[in-house]
Structures are given as C-alpha cells and as structure tokens.
Design a protein around this ligand. Structure first.
Ligand code: HDE
Length: 709
C-alpha cells in the first residue's frame, strides 16, 4: 500500500512510520502506486518542465497569441494555470507574529522528571525529541524589519512519542493584559492606525499609548518592552518564557504548578536603539540572517529548558496571583531548575512549507501537562485553533508535514478543504463495528485525562482582587536594572511618548510611571514637558535576580561576529592570526574591505574581502578589529565610509582593537587605548580583545554619548 507522501525533509521520519487515520498508513490517491506517489512528492525529479497536470511544456517564455504582435489567447491553458497559481500563493499572514524565522532542532532531557510529570519526553533521558521553533516579532507585517522595538515570539513544537506538545511563549515573561477579552483591543491599538495604516511595526504612536494609558495592568509589560529586551542582539541570545502558569501532572495524578523558561547558553544580549533603527534599513533581515548563518556554519544555538515549580498547596503563598499573566515568580523566590536542552541544528528547506505553515496551539498537549485557570491562557486555548482555520481555509492544517505528529493519527474526522489523507471503507463514526479497530485509551495506555481540578463558583464577569497590584512588579523590574539599562528605559519612553501627539495621553502615561518610580516619571515628564502627578511607588520592593542583562554571560566571544576592517596593504599574517584566534574562541570574523574582492597584502597572499564599507556597516557586527599594515591604515583613513564605520562602533560601545598601524585609524577617529573597551596590540596576542568581546558593550565609555556617527 502506498504511504503518506513526504513533501520535504521536514517530515523526515521514514515513510513506513507514517500513519493515517486508521493507523495503518494513508492511501495515495486511487490507482497511484508508491513509486508514482513519491515522484509526485518531488518537484524537481524530472528532466522536463510540466504543467500541474503532468503535461510536458514546450515553451515557458511566451504566451500563446494571435500573430507575433497580436493579443493573447484565452485558450492558453498553460499561461492561465501558471498565473492562477501565482495569484493564490499567499495565505493570510498571522494577525500577530506575522514576521517569523524558523529552525529545526532536538530536545534532550537531563534527568527524569517522573516525580512531577508523566509526560514521556520529560521522563526518558535517552530520547531526543525532534522540535521545530519559530521566533517572531509581534506587531509588524510579514515583510517588516527584524530589529524593531517589540516583544519576540518564542514558539516551540515538540514532536513527542505521545503526540505534539506546543509551548508557545515570548521572550518576555509577562503580558500586557490579564484577560483574553482585551486581546483584540490591545492588538488594534498597537497595529498601524486604521485610517492611514501608519506606522508599521512600531508602538510609538497615539493609539497604542492611548490604550496603554487607560490599561494600568500593562505597566509591568511596558517596562519590559521599553527595556533592552525588546531589541535583542540575536534570536540566539534571548530568553523564552511560557508566561502562564501551567500544571505538571505525575503518574499518581498529583499536580504541580509550573512556569516554563528557555535560557540561551550564549547569554542574553541586546542591540542599542540607534543600531536597531539603522539595521531596520541596512539589513531588515538581520535576525533571520544571523540565525540562518549560525545554523549553516554548524554553530548551533542552544537553549536550556528551565522549570519553576510550585506545589499545589503553595498556590496562595505569594503576594501576587499565579494566574495573573502580568506577574513573574521572581527567581529569588522560586529558582529556575534546568531540566534539558534544545539544540537548533537544521535550517528549514522551504520557508513557506515550514516556517509559514507551522501552526501552533496551546491545546497541543501530552499527558502530564495541563492548564491553569489563567484567563489569558484560557482565551488563547480558543484563539489558536480558530486562527489556523482562517489561515489555512479549512481544518486540515494538521496534515501538513510540518504540523504532523510523529505518532499515529487515528480518528474519524473527515473532509474539509484540502483533505489529503483519507480513510477507506464505510466507517467514519465511533463507536462502530463495521470496520474501524481503534478504541479509546485508558490513562495507563497513554489516554489524555484532564486534571480533575475541583471547581465551584457563580457565573460572573469580574477580575479577582488578587490581580489588582499593577505597579509593584513594574517597580521590581525597574529597580533590578543597572544604571545604563535604566537610562535605556527612560530614553525609550521619551522616544515612544515623544511621538504621541495627544498631551492627555502623555500625561496619563507619565502619571502611571510615577507609581513605578518617581525619578523615571520625572525624566520622561521633563523631556515631554509634562509634570507627573505625585505617585506612590511601592517602597517595599527591592530587586530580583536574573532580570538585568548585566548578570548574563559576559565571559565568552562565542556566537559574536567581528569585522576586520582593512584596505590594500594590510598585513596578511596579522589578519590570519586574528581570524584564527576568533574562530578558536567560537566567534565569526568577516573582512570588510575599503573595496570588495581581493586586498593586496604585505607578507603574504592577497586577502579576500567578501564585504566592503559600502555593503556592510558597523551595526552588523559585535566588535571591530583594525589590523596592521601602513597601506591599509592609510586607505582606511582616506575613506569617509571606513571612518564612519570606526566611529559608529565606538558610539555603540563595542570592543575595538587595533594592531600596529591600525592604531593610526583609531587616532584619526579620536579613539585612544585609554577609552574603555579599546585594545591596542603592539606585539600580537588577541587575549585582551577576546575578553573585551565577551563583555559585549562598554557602557562606561562616556565619550560615546557625545560622539556623532
Ligand atoms: Fe498569541 N496568538 N495570543 N500570545 N502568540 C497568535 O495564533 C492570542 C499571547 C504567541 O510562531 C495567533 O497562529 C490571544 C501571549 C506567539 O506561529 C493568535 C492572546 C503569548 C505566536 C494568537 C495571545 C503569545 C502567537 C496569531 C491573549 C506569549 C506566534 C497567529 C489571550 C506567551 C506563533 C497564530 C507562531 C500567535 C492569539 C497572547 C505568544 C491570533 C487571543 C501571552 C509566539 O491565535
């Protein structure tokens, strides 16, 4: 019997393992044998171009027309088929999270979590669970820039041995609203304004801040999105959070509350706002490219899965509600336990088939994972399936290879647009005795049983009083920031609210800030020309750990990208030695030439410059090396673009290193070895530079603030 057709390597399990509704393997269309079916699956196996009906095409360059210069003919079925298909290539983009980048990977558990959950993939350390991840921005359209100020989606699909589990999170642990009924309002407010469709992928506009200023529960999230977290350096260098409280259920039926975390092994690092804005024009695909290149080079991004576990009986021991998605559980109160690692090790074969068509849903769970009553989570449980029907025009998106579980699918659902795998025979109902063999599974056989949470209460539309403190955790976040991070939050608020044209909206927002931190409200208010009403920030709030990025990994250049800026006459040995040292430290180096092609070099072969000061820019790199070579230094000094490159790296607080005559280039830009993060190497050795790259930014470089780039 022919099996389910695999359209891409994404669905790479052996075809013999693939099952259809009756668990025995799907039939190919009647009359098609396995060989024909696999030919159909491939789009480039044949020698000749064909139409979609398999007819060989004789001329794909010209339409059929009446005479050489005459009108085209309606009869041209090949032209009409081709254009019809093209006209229908797009599916509706996601209403939020439209811009995304995907990757395949695997999850490996460290130690069995059987004590907490009966989920098999969280019990068996010998299993590598295949995964697909989609990172995204939230606000912008599918073609918008990667580096905009926004939360990032962090959606993960585990293809477990018990079915698909989706953990659909963000790179921030809280959300704007507490109840799903406000989601359409939130999204309408941050999206481009409805009359003129302006601005794209930006929250710096009236309607967003109008809504926010009237929605105090958003204040904690506002601190996060105004912070450096909203402009990540790389998708490989941001955390992920499940946001809501979920439940783990063990074999005995005992429930433990859980918050899910992803921690990047490269640490959490950000762009600076000026860089992020420039990258939006110079490389709108900056994050997508960075992820793709890292995986293509074998530099596989790794994230640890961490759990915060809260015993059922401790549900009410916090001064916030575990069901409130605008609150974190501070790590000082409940530590994050690392339980396993995700490694992203394969780029998609086809963007549309995989990254665009992947369909996540919070209701994709496996035994041992269950929900809390968080009203935001509960609303999401409706929305994700509903949205897929809109995107795919029907209910069969689970049959697309990227969405198929790697286990048998076995039920009596049928039809709906684009149904592909169909059951044969008469039986399409259950119970039945005329053909189907499948039956319900007991819990011991892997049947999913919802946690029998005892419930009581009247039918009401109220928000629990325990959701009422909107400011204390915003203060906690702000207090936990380092000084430069606090300055970035103030600057972001000045920028965003500075674009708001309605004074009353600015006023209301600054009044909220006064309930978070008096100084912050004053800094923002003074800038806008608005005086905040006296607020009452909670004086008992201290700091929490793991919120400031300054606590993140700062001792390795791993994963960073360094520009080697050079002209003709560069010292060949010096460039090669630095390239070697950077590679050995896990960083990537790229020569950026005054011109493209080969640079003449002293003491060795010419050096290839794959990028130039025209095609690349300092904002695309983490650090800068200016190598030895008098000719090279002169060429750089003579190039306005090269000098801009150097000054901009300095302005963005990046590590800068010069070898020998390279120091002349720094001198021309008024940069000296006395500046923090600037290293001049006289006698070789890259150690000091490597250590500086590890630190990533030198915020104490005061002169950077004064310098224009
Ligand atoms: Fe989503 N969200 N969301 N969301 N969300 C969608 O589903 C929704 C929320 C998140 O890469 C949509 O397939 C509601 C929180 C990610 O494909 C939609 C509410 C968090 C992605 C939807 C929320 C997220 C989505 C649009 C309030 C972080 C992209 C397209 C109750 C924990 C997944 C789609 C991907 C996508 C609804 C709030 C994360 C419309 C109603 C909180 C990462 O169904």
């Amino acid at each position: 019997m022919a099996k389910f057709i695999s359209y891409s390597a994404a669905n790479s399990r052996p075809q013999s393992e693939q099952q259809n509704n009756d668990g025995t393997g799907a039939d190919a269309p009647a009359g098609v044998d396995a060989e024909q079916a696999s030919q159909m699956a491939s789009v480039d196996s044949g020698e000749f171009l064909t139409t979609n009906q398999g007819l060989r095409i004789n001329d794909d360059q010209n339409t059929l027309r009446a005479g050489e210069r005459g009108p085209s003919l309606l009869e041209d079925f090949h032209f009409r088929e081709k254009i019809m298909h093209f006209d229908h290539e797009r599916i509706p983009e996601r209403v939020v999270h439209a811009r995304g980048s995907g990757a395949h990977g695997v999850f490996q558990l460290y130690e069995s979590l059987a004590q907490y959950t009966c989920a098999k993939f969280l019990q068996d350390t010998s299993v590598q669970t295949p995964m697909f991840v989609r990172f995204s921005t939230v606000n912008g359209s599918r073609g918008s820039a990667d580096t905009v100020r926004d939360a990032r989606g962090f959606a993960t699909k585990f293809y477990t041995q018990e079915g698909v589990f989706d953990l659909v999170g963000n790179n921030m642990p809280v959300f704007f609203i507490q109840d799903a009924i406000k989601f359409p309002d939130l999204v309408h407010a941050f999206k481009p304004e409805p009359d003129n469709e302006i601005p794209q992928a930006a929250t710096a506009h009236d309607t967003f801040w109008d809504f926010i200023s009237l929605t105090p529960e958003s204040m904690h999230m506002i601190m996060w999105v105004m912070s450096d977290r909203a402009i990540p350096r790389s998708l490989r260098m941001m955390e992920g959070f499940g946001v809501h409280t979920f439940r783990l259920i063990n074999e005995q039926g005992k429930s433990t509350f859980v918050k899910f975390h992803w921690k990047p092994l490269l640490g959490v690092h950000s762009l600076v706002w000026d860089e992020a804005q420039k990258l939006g024009g110079k490389d709108p695909d900056f994050h997508r490219r960075d992820l793709w290149d890292a995986i293509a080079m074998g530099d596989f991004p790794e994230f640890e899965l961490g759990l915060q576990l809260v015993a059922e009986e401790d549900e009410h021991k916090f001064d916030f509600d575990l069901l409130d998605a605008t609150k974190i559980i501070p790590e000082d109160l409940v530590p994050v336990i690392p339980v396993g690692k995700m490694t992203l090790n394969r780029n998609p074969d086809n963007y549309f088939a995989e990254t665009e068509q992947v369909a996540f849903h919070l209701g994709h769970v496996v035994p041992g994972i269950d929900f809390s009553d968080d009203p935001l989570l509960q609303g999401r449980l409706f929305s994700y399936l509903d949205t897929q029907v809109n995107r795919f025009g029907g209910a069969n998106f689970h049959q697309l290879p990227i969405n198929q579980p790697k286990t048998a699918v076995n039920n009596y659902q049928q039809d709906s647009p684009m149904r592909y795998a169909n059951r044969s025979g008469k039986v399409n109902y259950e119970p039945n005795s005329l053909g189907g063999t499948a039956r319900e599974a007991a819990p011991a056989e892997g049947g999913y049983v919802s946690y029998p949470e005892p419930l009581q209460g009247s039918k009401v539309r109220v928000r629990s009083k325990s959701f009422g403190d909107h400011y204390s955790q915003a203060t906690l976040f702000y207090n936990s920031m380092s000084q430069p991070e606090k300055e970035h939050i103030a600057a972001a608020l000045q920028f965003e609210l500075g674009k708001v044209t309605v004074k009353a909206v600015q006023q209301r927002t600054v009044d909220h800030l006064a309930n978070i931190d008096t100084q912050l409200a004053k800094e923002v208010g003074d800038y806008l020309g608005v005086t905040a009403k006296p607020g009452s920030p909670n004086p008992n709030v201290g700091k929490a750990k793991a919120l400031s990025q300054l606590e993140s990994v700062k001792d390795t250049p791993k994963g960073r990208k360094i520009a080697i800026l050079a002209g003709d006459g560069v010292d060949a040995a010096d460039v090669m030695a630095m390239q070697k040292a950077l590679k050995a430290a896990g960083a990537a180096a790229e020569v950026v030439g005054v011109h493209l092609g080969m640079l003449t070099a002293v003491g060795g072969d010419p050096i290839a410059a794959p990028k130039s000061v025209l095609t690349a820019d300092s904002v695309m790199y983490d650090a800068l090396y200016v190598p030895r070579g008098a000719g090279s230094a002169q060429a750089l000094v003579a190039s306005a673009d090269a000098m801009h490159f150097v000054r901009e790296a300095f302005k963005h607080y990046k590590p800068i290193c010069a070898g020998g005559e390279g120091a002349d280039v720094l001198a021309k830009a008024a940069i000296t070895a006395a500046d923090p993060g600037v290293v001049v190497i006289d006698d070789g050795g890259a150690d000091a530079f490597l250590a500086a790259i590890g630190k990533h930014r030198f915020w104490d470089r005061q002169r950077a603030k004064e310098m224009s780039a």
